[in-house]
Design a protein around this ligand. Structure first.
Ligand code: DX5
Ligand code: ZN
Length: 227
């Protein structure tokens, strides 16, 4: 199948009901989500804690699309095998998480998952050309990682544009994570992003028993991008 660079929305379950993750994944997929974004935090690399591989394994049967696991942890390498075994389709690690991102990306692919590389807002793109052959996705953080519901950092749009040019025809997704709303999505889509992670902007106003707002929220983002 040819590489799909069309716009995709990846709801972040960080904004879902933590007591109902399985049902939340099913509900948001029924409402049109393209991928499910799973935020793993360790209280050390970022100032917040979520969950680990056991939760990902429990979620796996509830996800029909793509399980996109964003690791905000350091170190990363000791846990790659466990997240791959848990069924992650994509495992994204931060360039800031350790001194050996090249080895980390090798290990992710070696474990059978697609490899993602995330860049914090304060990180430049100098390392990326040296890693382009090893990544399936580049994630530009448009908030400082750790919490949902933060404001989009507009200075990152230029970074997205530069990365899009660097990627060229390579089969690499360009993902945006943080503060994506109908107002900010067009800025990053125009700059070349194809995967938009959105937590609060997707889950707001809805619930497992009333999931229609999830669909309306995702349509609002797609419509804003389509202009
Ligand atoms: C931030 C996480 C994001 C976050 C996005 O640390 O990586 O995935 O949940 O949430 P919103 O869309 O609310 O900014
Ligand atoms: Zn994330």
């Amino acid at each position: 199948m040819s590489f799909d660079r069309s716009l995709k929305i990846a709801p972040s379950i960080l904004a879902a009901d933590f007591a109902a993750f399985g049902a939340e994944c099913r509900a948001v997929e029924d409402q049109g989500a393209d991928w499910i974004h799973v935020d793993v935090m360790d209280g050390h690399f970022v100032p917040n804690l979520t969950f680990g591989p056991a939760m990902c394994a429990a979620l796996r049967p509830h996800i029909r699309t793509v399980m996109d696991v964003h690791l905000m942890i350091a170190p990363v390498d000791p846990y790659i095998e466990a997240f791959a075994k848990a069924g992650a389709d994509i495992i994204t690690a931060h360039v800031e998480a350790g001194p050996h991102i090249h080895r980390t990306l090798q290990a992710i692919r070696g474990a059978g998952a697609k490899a993602g590389l995330a860049l914090n807002p304060g990180t430049g793109i100098e390392a990326v050309p040296h890693l382009l052959d090893m990544v399936d996705l580049i994630c530009v953080m448009t908030v400082n990682p750790g919490f949902g519901g933060q404001s989009f950092i507009a200075s990152q749009v230029a970074k997205v544009r530069a990365l899009r040019e660097m990627i060229g025809d390579r089969p690499i997704h360009l993902q945006i994570d943080g503060g994506v709303t109908p107002e900010t999505a067009p800025l990053v889509a125009e700059a070349g992003a194809d995967v938009l992670v959105a937590g609060s902007a997707v889950f707001r106003g809805g619930s497992v028993s009333d999931p229609a707002p999830y669909g309306a929220n995702m349509r609002a983002i797609r419509d804003a991008v389509a202009g």
